[in-house]
Every structure is written in structure tokens, then in C-alpha cells.
Design a protein around this ligand. Structure first.
Ligand SMILES: Cc1cc2nc3c(=O)[nH]c(=O)nc-3n(C[C@H](O)[C@H](O)[C@H](O)COP(=O)(O)OP(=O)(O)OC[C@H]3O[C@@H](n4cnc5c(N)ncnc54)[C@H](O)[C@@H]3O)c2cc1C
Length: 376
């Protein structure tokens, strides 16, 4: 063992890092809530899409595929992905955006350009007059988020790691050669700290006097409506300008206005106006005729300005590691991000498919460079 690692936050980021570090460190994970995955991790759309996000995110998504499709037998008893293609649709006035998305494809799963009639065959509830064209990512998938989270938790426990809930970190200070945190009346000493606090990441750094990386939590709402018959094999449908999306989920359809409204870190709640906007847009595009909603929720997707995650040691604060800013892709990138974190901490090999350019793109150092340093 290399010493003790304190992981703050029990969402998907915290458990993935704790899992990857557990073979090397005596790991302790502290979560403020009484259950793990209560915040953004428990509120996602659970989708795997390779052609989504900035290049570093796409590489991290591809590098997570192996774990998701074939997790270790002792951690999950079934694959964590099940097929769910993704179809990006465009109105006649949006077809240029389809071409732009095809150009940005770069290295991910293949995207096929579809004529409206082919798109209608795949999703018969779309209105023919609404459609100008579509793009299909056939290799999209639904992620079993609860099983993925549980797989990491099992892995942590298997290696003797400790997980505490109702254990919010209320103070954090550097000591000689390590860190000391106060949590629910206990003091935890560790050699290094992983900040996986999601929307609260900058606040956690602030406890130790470490400068923020500029995290902006952004609201995103989702809600469920009853699914009509005949939609069993439909792909997830995403507006090419991400103004709404919907996907089949058992007997229901998960819908979202795909809003990105900045928020304070908080336990976000849905607003009626966002749901009404989504219903309007989805009813325009489809024959669903949504009139009532079965359940709804809102989560915070947290970004820095360049939309890449922030992963690595804080400049000038040895032993404090950031693992934040996963935005809308923290589930599909969790497996590789956990491995990247362990590789950076232990100096061991990066996961397959993750090169130094990705590490530069996600390094916290990039956010503190002066403009002169940033320009070659
Ligand atoms: C509507 C919606 C749809 C999404 N769809 C997808 C999708 O399809 N695919 C995908 O990959 N991603 C998706 N995402 C994004 C994904 O859910 C997030 O990127 C991911 O869950 C972030 O995980 P996290 O662990 O960083 O954050 P969180 O799950 O929020 O975990 C952070 C944890 O830190 C804890 N914490 C904070 N402060 C402290 C403290 N002081 N002490 C102890 N603990 C603390 C919090 O209580 C929290 O549990 C979606 C998000 C939303 C909202």
C-alpha cells in the first residue's frame, strides 16, 4: 500500500476513482448524503453516445467501453450496456447541422446519414413534415447506471476500502506531507485527496484554500410519460441542436428539454416551465400528443468553460487531485476517468486509447495558464 487516499463524493466519479485506487491505497470515501449517488449520478438519462462532447470526452468514452460491455465477473453479473441506437434529427432548416456533426465524428462510432423516410421507419411517431434528415449512431447503448455504480462499490469493498455516508467534509487542510479532513465529528488523515464533489467541487477546494477551477453547474430536467405501443425498438431521438431528446425506457418514455441553465450547487428540483417547453417541442416533432407527466426530476451537469473534465493534481497543491467537470458525460466516461486518476496518482500506465494529448486537455493546469503561456 502507498498510504491512505481520501475520496470526497460518492457519485459515479468518486466510486470509480476509489475503485481504481483501492488496489494501491488504503481508501476511504466520504459522502455527505445518507445514500450514495443521490445527486447527479442518480438523475441521468443513462445513455452511451460516442459522438458527443469535446475530443477528450470522446476518447474517454471509447476507453470506457471495454469495462461497460464486459465488466469483471465478480463486480457485475451482466453487461452494463444494452443496445439503444441514437438518432439525431433535423428539421428541413437544420440539415446543415447534420453535415457539421458528421465532420466532427472523428474516431467515434460510425454515424449514418438518413433520409426522412428511413428515419421514420426507425421511429414511426415522428411527424413526416417535421423531418429534414437524420444521423444514426447504431452503436449507442443504454447504461445500467445503478449496476455500474454498484460494481465500483463492490470493487472498493473487495480491496478493503471504506465507504461512509452522512459524512460531509466540513473542513480540509494540508498537513506536513498529507491532508486532514473533518467530517461529522471525525477527523480523517490521508496522504492524498480526490475531490469528486460534482457541483460542489470548487467549494470543497475552497475549504483548503485551493483556487477554484470555475465550475458552473447547469440544470437539466427529465420526465417520464407513457409510451405508445410499437416503439420498442426505436432509437433515442435527439434534436440536432439539443433542444430536446427522448428515449424509450421500459413502458415509459424519458423526455428532456435539454436545458442548460446555470445554478448554484443544490438539490435541484424541476420547474413546470421547463417541462412545458419540452412537451411543446416533442409534440411538434411527434404524434405522441403528451398531456400528462408521470414523474420528473432535475440534476446538475457541471462544466468548466472548455467543456472538458478537470482531472489531475492541483497546481501548487501536491496531493490534492481534481476529478470534476464531467458535464453531461460523467456516466459514460467514469470507467476510464477512474483509471486515469489512478494512473496519474501512482505513475502507472494510462488506460488504452488515452494519450498525453487527452491528459493535457483535462489537466487542471490548463485552466491556470496565462493567455501567453497558452499560445505557442
Ligand atoms: C438529466 C441528466 C441527464 C444526463 N444524462 C447522461 C447520460 O446519458 N450519460 C452520461 O454519461 N451522463 C449523463 N449525465 C451526466 C452525469 O449524470 C454526470 O456527469 C455524473 O453523474 C457526475 O457524477 P459526479 O460523481 O461527478 O457527481 P454527483 O453524482 O453529483 O456526485 C457528487 C457527490 O459529492 C457529494 N459531496 C458534495 N460535497 C461534499 C462534501 N463536502 N463532503 C462529502 N460529499 C460531498 C455530493 O453529495 C454528491 O453525492 C446526465 C445528467 C443529467 C442531470
Amino acid at each position: 500500500m502507498n498510504g491512505r487516499a481520501l475520496v470526497i463524493g460518492g457519485g459515479i466519479a468518486g466510486v470509480s476513482a476509489a475503485y481504481a485506487l483501492a488496489p494501491h491505497f488504503d481508501v476511504i470515501l466520504l459522502e455527505r448524503e445518507s445514500t450514495l449517488a443521490y445527486h447527479t449520478t442518480g438523475r441521468s438519462a443513462a445513455q452511451y453516445i460516442e459522438n458527443y462532447g469535446v475530443p477528450a470526452v470522446r476518447a474517454l468514452t471509447r476507453a470506457s467501453h471495454g469495462f461497460l460491455s464486459d465488466p469483471p465477473d465478480d463486480l457485475a453479473d451482466h453487461p452494463l450496456l444494452s443496445p439503444c441506437a441514437v438518432m439525431m434529427i433535423a428539421r428541413p432548416d437544420q440539415t446543415q447541422q447534420l453535415e457539421a456533426a458528421l465532420i466532427a465524428e472523428g474516431g467515434g462510432a460510425e454515424m449514418k446519414r438518413l433520409e426522412p423516410k428511413d428515419a421514420l421507419e426507425l421511429c414511426p411517431i415522428l411527424r413526416p413534415e417535421y423531418l429534414g434528415g437524420a444521423l444514426l449512431e447504431e452503436d449507442g447503448a443504454d447504461i445500467d447506471v445503478a449496476a455500474l455504480h454498484q460494481a465500483f462499490v463492490r470493487g472498493i469493498r473487495k480491496h478493503g476500502g471504506e465507504i461512509r455516508t452522512d459524512a460531509g467534509v466540513s473542513s480540509l487542510e494540508a498537513t506536513t506531507g498529507g491532508w486532514r479532513a473533518a467530517s461529522s465529528g471525525d477527523v480523517v488523515e490521508a496522504d492524498l485527496v480526490i475531490n469528486a464533489g460534482g457541483a460542489w467541487g470548487d467549494q470543497i477546494a475552497g475549504l483548503a484554500g485551493i483556487p477554484p477551477v470555475g465550475l458552473v453547474p447547469k440544470r437539466r430536467t427529465a420526465f417520464m410519460v407513457t409510451a405508445p405501443a410499437g416503439l420498442e425498438d426505436s432509437p433515442m431521438i435527439v434534436d440536432i441542436d439539443e433542444q430536446f431528446y427522448f428515449k424509450r425506457d421500459g413502458q415509459q418514455i424519458l423526455c428532456s428539454p435539454a436545458e442548460e441553465v446555470p445554478s448554484e450547487p443544490c438539490d435541484a428540483r424541476p420547474r413546470e416551465i421547463d417541462i412545458a417547453i419540452a412537451i411543446d417541442r416533442i409534440n411538434d416533432a411527434t404524434t405522441l400528443g403528451i398531456r400528462s407527466v408521470k414523474s420528473s426530476w432535475t440534476g446538475l451537469r457541471t462544466f468548466v468553460a472548455d467543456q472538458a473534465p478537470v482531472v489531475g493534481e492541483a497546481p501548487d497543491h501536491p496531493g490534492f487531485f481534481w476529478l470534476v467537470g464531467q458535464g453531461g458525460t460523467g456516466i459514460q466516461t467514469a470507467a476510464s476517468l477512474g483509471s486515469v486518476m489512478a494512473a496519474l496518482v501512482t505513475g502507472t500506465r494510462l488506460p488504452e486509447g488515452i494519450g498525453p494529448e487527452v491528459i493535457d486537455d483535462i489537466s487542471p493546469h490548463r485552466l491556470f495558464r496565462t493567455p501567453r503561456e497558452a499560445t505557442p
